[in-house]
Unconditional design. Sequence first.
Length: 238
Amino acid sequence: MKTERQDDALDQLERKISYSFRNRALLLQALTHASSRDKEHPCNERLEFLGDSILGQIVSEYLYETFPEDEEGELSTLKSVLVSSKILASFTKKLGIENLIILGKGIKEQKAIPSSILAGTFEAVAAALYLDGGIEPTRQLILSLTKEKLKEVVENRAELNHKSILQDYAQRTLARVPTYIVKREVGPDHRKMFQVVVEINGASFGPAWGRSKKEAEQRAARAALKTLEKNGYREGSP
């Protein structure tokens, strides 16, 4: 992007997020993916790390205040959906950030930018906003986007796919894919019950029972999400 065009594009982004950066270098860093090898601007990996925590805190506080009757597991599930790669990538596209990301040649040549990069860039932009302007403009941006999605999520709460949420969480956070293991089968064929655990990178979560393998897997995934959100993740232990 040439400087003049770049400035115009960043001006448009600032209007969309209702914030003007004092240190625009932070915003440029947030938009610079590690693949670019841009010598002028450092990549956004550190900002992405910070943004992940900031986003989690803001969304957690909002859910805690909005749903006073919900149990911890229900709040954790809602949070996992709202900070998933799919949702964050949609925020990136809505704000027009997708077209501003500074990428390496290999990724540029792909038909579409991977959702993981789009999601990571949104987290990096949130962190840049926080460092430049503090928590309030960051909260305003995140909640303005999150509230729209939350209505959809709540309306479809009963149909939430905990396995998909856990897989997204595990791949983004741990670079691993969950494995489901049937531990026990009890009862006659017409009333069989299944006990399932889910393993991620050596850690085991569950067990959970269900009237089918699918039901037990969903319940095990929900238990895993609850534990991961509550305690964080330590390699080799639940």
